[in-house]
Design a protein around this ligand. Structure first.
Ligand SMILES: [Zn+2]
Ligand SMILES: [Zn+2]
Length: 242
């Protein structure tokens, strides 16, 4: 039944390239030129944050300078795209709610990038958005990505595992330590959901990882609530030189 509806929908709305709007043959949609133009991360990467690194792997764990200087409270991290060029434009459109149809293919790219992180019984949770911003923006793009990722991987999703306890104060001009402290006070497990992550692996999902401070605060909140290992998967990673 669903397949028939899908087919009917495709006849009326044939799949279009997410980049340029041209007709494409697949549902996950980028045409050849747009695919080549989209900065997918591949090759050697930092195991902690997923940023691309020069050189080849020798089978040992590799981390970038940032992750070595500031060890992450999570185990491994991956990102599908570099936050630049076309990827940046797509993510901004997703964030502002202009193009929610980007969420499904984005989750598919994330599932591919995060393949090594996925394990049975894992719980997927988005980085929370403060309710006052949620009202303004109508929806949380990270929760949307988490939901699609759950559908794609078959893993359980808990959209409100973590909550913002207060409006995130301005972090500009603060040191790394001050930022971490401010953020860890702002993010907490939902009192009615914390039992769900006890002794369980948690996959934190966000649209973009910049410094990783918010993801670190989320990871710490999960660890404090008794979660097992934390992993992070983002749609895009801001690379240092980008
Ligand atoms: Zn295109
Ligand atoms: Zn790293």
């Amino acid at each position: 039944m669903w397949n028939r509806i899908q087919t009917a929908v495709e006849l009326i709305y044939p799949p279009r390239c997410l980049g340029c709007g041209d007709l494409v043959t697949s549902d996950f949609g980028l045409c050849g030129p747009c695919w080549r133009d989209t900065p997918f991360i591949g090759g050697t990467i930092c195991e902690s944050c997923g940023t691309p690194l020069p050189g080849d792997t020798d089978g040992h764990r590799i981390e970038c300078d940032d992750c070595m200087t500031t060890p992450r409270p999570w185990k491994d991290g991956r990102a599908a795209l570099l936050y630049t060029g076309r990827a940046r434009r797509m993510i901004l459109a997703l964030k502002h709610g202009d193009r929610p149809e980007l969420a499904r293919p984005s989750a598919l790219w994330m599932a591919q990038a995060g393949e090594d992180l996925l394990r049975q019984g894992m719980l997927i949770a988005p980085v929370p958005l403060h309710w006052s911003r949620l009202v303004k923006r109508r929806y949380n793009q990270s929760a949307l990505l988490a939901q699609h990722l759950g559908r794609e991987t078959g893993l359980a999703v808990c959209p409100d595992l973590l909550i913002r306890t207060q409006r995130t104060p301005v972090l500009d001009g603060k040191t790394t330590t001050e930022r971490a402290e401010t953020l860890s006070q702002a993010i907490a497990p939902h009192p009615k959901r914390r039992h769900r992550m006890a002794a369980r692996d948690v996959l934190l999902v966000d649209d973009v990882m910049t410094s990783g401070a918010t993801l670190a605060a989320c990871a710490r909140a999960c660890l404090d609530a008794g979660a097992n290992h934390i992993f992070v998967l983002t749609l895009a990673r801001v690379a240092k030189d980008a």
